[in-house]
Design a protein around this ligand. Sequence first.
Ligand SMILES: [Zn+2]
Length: 77
Amino acid sequence: MAGRHSKRAGAHVGIPGQRSMRPLGVIDARTHVEHLVSEQSAAAHRHAGCYVAHCGAMVLAASLTEPGRARCPECVR
Ligand SMILES: [Zn+2]
């Protein structure tokens, strides 16, 4: 019996805790600037149709088909 202990490759282990902190890009209907909104904030404000972005701005969610002109520099930092 070969007592060979092959090491387990740990290269493809899933990264824990990543899916809950993923920010969403929300385009402001008034300025067409894309802000980043945390998933928690999005869930909390979804019924109102507006979100609080990372930079603190209130974002009035535009139609998802509408392309954003620019990204908020405060949010993408
Ligand atoms: Zn922003």
